[in-house]
Write a protein that binds this ligand. Structure first.
Ligand code: AMP
Length: 274
């Protein structure tokens, strides 16, 4: 099956500034349709791109990992301040030290690139000490080469719709978070968008799933990013980065999608599960 699959990646920019990107893993006979979709997506933005890069690569010889998507739950918070403090508590339960969780939130709120802006990829952070480990602190590390199978895509669309999550960003972030959560030595992830009008974000881990917050930043705030928290005990940074960037992952199953609940209800349920 893998012999017929291709990774397709799109990246659009204007004046050297990245404006949109997307990626798919598809069978050979879908390449032309997907190239058209991704090009339309690049053009359908407020800022028109002056460059669209499309890459099509065969996955022949790359072992394909099949995964089930993380469970999804929304924790209802009224504002970004509450969202961040509840997200920090959840990260601690996932195994991230208090100082590391706080320092990740600080990095994302100020701009984690060395130049002070947003990164294109993620910060990799020691979950215990909060030390940054990514080799390039301007760009970060990008997770790539993941997608939903056709059946899983239909199922996850229905599942997310049933709990009121219709934005394509949720589905794409859930796919990314599912791949990241299965990376070797991964402890947890924190993310909020750099789109000024998209306030939602999440924390995620394999056992806690994808925990979404409607507010992790204020409307209009252009700062965002991702932090991948890792356990340094046995960590091979090279293996981790290779998995994140290159190892293809197809999500073939869906988890549970739970209705929104208050932070108190969420922590109560988690303590019952534990
Ligand atoms: P987005 O959710 O697309 O708004 O992205 C939010 C932030 O997450 C970006 O500013 C990047 O820092 C980071 N990011 C986006 N895509 C990726 C990716 N594929 N891998 C790692 N980090 C990413």
């Amino acid at each position: 099956m893998n012999d017929e699959l291709y990774s397709i990646r799109m990246s659009a920019s204007n004046g050297g500034k990245h404006i949109s990107g997307a990626e798919r893993i598809v069978a050979a006979d879908k390449i032309d349709v997907v190239l058209r979709d991704l090009t339309a997506r690049a053009m359908f933005r407020a800022a028109e791109p002056d460059q669209i890069r499309l890459a099509v690569e065969s996955l022949k010889g790359h072992p394909l990992r099949m995964l089930t998507a993380l469970n999804v739950v929304t924790v209802d918070v009224p504002d970004a301040q509450t969202g961040r403090s509840v997200a920090i508590r959840v990260l601690q339960k996932m195994g991230v030290a208090d100082n590391a969780a706080n320092s990740a939130v600080n990095y994302l709120s100020k701009g984690s690139a060395t130049s002070g802006g947003n990164m294109r990829g993620a910060v990799i952070m020691d979950a215990r000490s909060g030390k940054r480990l990514e080799p390039d602190q301007e760009r970060g590390v990008r997770a790539s080469r993941f997608d939903w199978s056709e059946e899983a895509l239909e199922r996850i669309n229905r599942c997310l719709e049933a709990i009121g999550l219709t934005h394509f960003r949720t589905r794409e972030a859930l796919a990314l978070a599912t791949k990241v959560a299965h990376a070797p030595d991964m402890v947890a992830e924190l993310c909020w968008s750099d789109e000024p009008d998209y306030t939602a974000g999440y924390v995620a881990s394999r056992s806690f799933g994808y925990v979404r917050f409607p507010f992790l930043k204020q409307m209009g705030d252009p700062k965002g990013g991702r932090v991948f928290f890792v356990s340094r005990d046995r960590l091979s940074l090279k293996t981790l980065i290779k998995f994140l960037q290159f190892d293809p992952v197809l999500i073939v199953g869906t988890g549970k999608c739970r209705n929104a609940m208050s932070p108190e209800e969420y922590f109560r349920l988690r303590s019952q599960d534990a």
